[in-house]
Design a protein around this ligand. Structure first.
Ligand code: SF4
Length: 446
């Protein structure tokens, strides 16, 4: 990786006629304007651009040879110019090149350069600091991986507001993650409308990160994020939010068991009754989900499961609601958010018959929360005596407030450290849990 102080270096090989030379000059001008240094040796470059000629056979041979040499000496090569316009000849001879463009393609070449060798940050020109503008504290940050959603849950109007799923290029996401970690972030919260659908819109296209191919896909992204380290070489926390319950979610559980990403899954189930889920246009049913949860816990016993549910959905009968309570009792989820159905303007579910009266909705919500509180209290009690790694969020004269792997900021519980006055915000520390209530834990530094 190129350090902040050292500008990235690009090697440049320019072959062919004067028109090609003009193309080379344009690319070089852009590179310099953006702060890249131009290097005259392969070994001293972070990446090499070869501007090729494809006019006659001997020029083709010379270009292919130049690409081969650059690949051998440096390894990271972008090809542009006339040979690039001649079908697959470059890729067939040199499958390892990072990208191929035709002639007069300055912008395209610059795009590939940015992808494989990020632009140096210039504090005098760039409006946004290197790590972006953030509203969260220094030590954790949200990492948005896509926008929009391909589902059409009948209670939701997000797709009509934000459109269908558009995934960010995986190289950009990883670059942002790296910048955040370099700026001191210790915990990345991966968010989107539908995290497990990441890459569906681009057919899981292969992008690049650090010169390596990387698929635009949740599992591959989670794996790559799990490799990031802070300035002390310590692993950072990666937490997955809004994971729609697709079957391939099962793939990330082993990554949690290995400690690559946090053993935490925020997976909105919304209900447990098959008929209601169908009315919501959501997948799954209680039996199915319980079986999956059992398997997840088998693979990763420490997993924290957070989910959200809607009570009083149009047409929900008392029996169907009780099925949801039975499911919660059985599933023993760690964290639960529940909401009364409310008719959002434009949502399809508004047209369904038999809306549940608000007082019945409120009564059901109360029962559900009470049950979940009991479950949560019991689960947190089991943590007393355990040693846990926590991340400090706040320090004041009374002590420190931290979170464990089981607690996402703002929505889950906290770990209070009574004698934690000397700790620092953003510090990882081991605590022994001494006390618990229905949502939070108390502990002492070990
Ligand atoms: S609830 Fe989530 S998955 Fe369903 S349509 Fe809305 S954003 Fe998409």
């Amino acid at each position: 990786m190129t350090s902040k102080q050292q500008a990235p270096r690009v090697g440049f090989v320019s072959l062919g006629c004067p028109k090609a030379t003009v193309d080379s000059e344009r690319i070089l001008t852009n590179l310099r304007a953006e702060g890249y240094l131009i290097s005259d040796s392969y070994t001293d470059s972070d990446l090499v651009v070869v501007n090729t000629c494809g006019f006659i056979d001997s020029a083709v041979a010379e270009s292919l040879e130049a690409i081969g040499e650059a690949l051998q000496e440096n390894g990271k090569v972008i090809v542009t110019g006339c040979l690039g316009a001649k079908g697959d000849v470059v890729r067939e001879t040199h499958p390892k090149v990072l990208a191929v463009t035709g002639p007069h393609a300055t912008e395209e070449v610059m795009g590939h350069v940015h992808q494989h060798l990020p632009k140096p940050h210039d504090p005098y020109i760039d409006l946004v600091p290197e790590q972006g503008i953030r509203l969260t504290p220094e030590h954790f940050a949200y990492l948005k991986i896509s926008e929009g959603c391909n589902h059409r849950c009948t209670f939701c109007i997000i797709p009509s507001l934000r459109g269908d799923l558009v995934s960010r290029p995986v190289g950009d996401v990883m670059q942002e993650a790296e910048n955040l970690v370099r700026a001191g972030v210790k915990e990345l919260l991966v968010i989107s409308q539908d995290t497990s659908a990441y890459g569906v819109d681009v057919k899981y296209r292969t992008g690049f990160w650090g010169g390596r191919p990387l698929k635009t896909r949740m599992t591959e992204l989670a794996n790559a994020l799990g490799e990031l380290r802070d300035e002390n070489g310590e692993k950072i926390w990666v937490r997955l939010h809004y994971v729609y319950p697709y079957p391939h979610v099962d793939e990330v559980i082993p990554l949690m068991a290995e400690g690559k990403i946090l053993p935490y899954l925020d997976i909105p189930f919304q209900h447990a009754n098959k008929r209601i889920l169908k009315l919501m246009k959501r997948p799954g049913d209680a039996e199915n989900v319980l079986e999956r949860i059992r398997k997840w816990r088998e693979i990763c016993p420490d997993i924290t499961l957070r989910s959200t549910f809607i009570v009083g959905f149009p047409g929900e009968t008392e029996e169907e609601f009780e099925e949801l309570l039975d499911f919660l009792e059985e599933a023993k989820l760690d964290r639960v958010g529940a909401f009364m159905y409310s008719p959002v303007e434009g949502a399809k579910a508004n047209e369904l018959p038999d809306h549940v009266p608000p007082e019945v909705q409120a009564e059901r919500l109360g029962r559900l929360m009470l049950l979940q509180e009991e479950i949560s209290t019991e689960k947190l009690k089991l943590k007393i005596g355990k040693i846990m790694r926590v991340l400090v969020d706040e320090v004041d004269e009374e002590g420190a407030i931290a979170r464990s792997a089981a607690d996402a900021p703002e929505i889950d519980g906290m770990v209070f450290i009574n004698e934690g006055q000397s700790l620092q915000t953003g510090q990882f520390v081991e605590v022994r849990i001494t006390h618990s209530d229905e949502h939070d834990l108390w502990g002492e530094v070990v």
